[in-house]
Ligand binder design. Sequence first.
Ligand code: FUB
Ligand code: ZN
Length: 639
Amino acid sequence: MNSKNFSKHSEINTVKIDDTFWNKVFETVRKDVIPYQYLALQDKIDNAEKSYCIENFIKAGKVCEDIRKGIEPATYPVDRWQYDENNSDKNAFHGWVFQDSDVYKWIEAVGYSLQNHPDKELENKANEYIDIICEAQLESGYLDTLYIINDRNKVFSNLKDHHELYCFGHLAEGAISFYNATGNRKLLDTACRFADLICRTFCEDKIKGYPGHEIAEMALVKLYEATGKKEYLRTAKFFIEERGKKPYYFDMERGKETVNDNYHYNQAHIEPKYQTEAVGHAVRGVYLYAAMADIAKAYNDAELFNACKSIWDNIENKKIYITGGIGVTVDGEAFSFDYDLPNDLAYAETCASIGLIFFARRMAECEINSHYADVMERALYNTVLSGMAEDGKSFFYVNPLEVLPIASKVDSRKKHIKPVRQKWFSCACCPPNLARLISSINEYIFTESDSTIYVNQYIGNHMTSDKADIHIKSSYIDNGKVSLSVKVNKPFVLALRIPGWCDQYNISENYKIENGYAFIAIKESCTINAEFVTEIKMIKCSNKVRANIGKVAVTRGPIVYCIEEADNGKNLQLLKLSNKPNFIYKDGNISADGFREQEDSALYSNYTSPNFEECNIKFIPYYQWGNRTENEMSVYIRI
Ligand code: FUB
Ligand code: ZN
């Protein structure tokens, strides 16, 4: 992991996005997604699934007030994952056990958005929620509305399934973002009080437990960076080191001897430093792997970093869809075995691709290898963007590569696959996660070492740093062209990522290629022009992926394309591309000559070569699918 001397302290000061492609997405998140989610959290969206999120904080605030007044609050069971009007008292907690996290993610998104675009009205709305949240914190610093409302005596009694540490993680990340944007410490102080309680509770001499759903580890590292309090970093390391040790903490908290439960689902089957493969619940996995990379970097821990590299290699080469989706199976929202990548059963949760981006960025901070940013790009432009409708008012949780609407309705194995985006979800982890990632996209463009600035994503922006101010003008998505105006403050090296999809490129300065980056020594201010020649490609999958034999996916630059019924009629499985199609690219879409096989309704018959009619096939970017009507969609097409 010592292939570059990463600065502990960032010299990058500001990165302001200005990009023809991203400005539009950014504005949708700012003007539509964030205000929409503000209402969804209070259950003010008609005909949408209920959130209960703010309602729970208000209830928990009342409990805290009663406790202060010496009134003993009622107790309710804490024995489920999900509570609603039918299974729970009206005064008890409602929603999923991790419902609190939704508002924290929303506040995090608001913080990033305010950093780029100050907006008093939005800041006030966030402050309104922050006041409600802070009222719900117990004197001890504890803050999780499920246990505060339902049973204060049982806190931290089910780390395996419940999400107090997960909610803390989101609280901390939201608080840091909002503090950075506004200088307002209220939520940050609340998060630190909870963090202090966690540090006191989880340590060598007390509870040797760790989160059932990871994220607190990553958040504690961030909180350490924001506050300088070493205890937070140590607790993040403690969580990673305790995980997977025997006897399993998750057995002990249930009062059992080891029952040989394998805990792969929670990545707690063995200690992280010995893990080599991505397993279990995908979001949990990538959140853990991201934190492992954080800790490996902070403590210069080569063993832990090697584990990160093996896991990365397993994901990148055996467990990722071409769209950057991970976590194939609905069964545990989990990674599956190598090369198991079915198109029509895919889970590929939006949050999992977001977590993969977190992991990728941290790996890119530890080692020079353009693959990390390649995967980041693949996930970002495909699965992540597909997670939200063009108008920002409906969302995908699951991101399949093939959809047949009737199958989702009648085949219970495919119930998770929604042919249209949903207004909201009772389990609404993805929409606010998407909002926070897109609003913070400026954090994924550069990484830096003592001597070098690495450009990982070609998103137009104005960046200022101690080394140089760089203005990137980009039409990368359209034609692969980027221009970088560099105003030097001190000599440094600029490293441009050569995208993995690109076979041919031109860079206007002298450069040396290493580990997928073009290194350019910069001594004085200059303008560098780069062109990454963007061709339409047909990409095949390893023949170990059974679903894709005899098929290709069409890509252009980082964008994966798909075919939809709205353009190509029903029965997309009958379409076939010729070996050398005459692709035409226009206004972001692609058309090609191909064939449609004649329909054949005899279930069985003697084999004869099929009859084909010539036809034109239209492809649209995968992230745009499902924006017109409920219809069939497929990424892979026969060849
Ligand atoms: O458990 C919290 C979140 O809910 C997970 O990250 C998602 O996969 C969903 O299960
Ligand atoms: Zn999610």
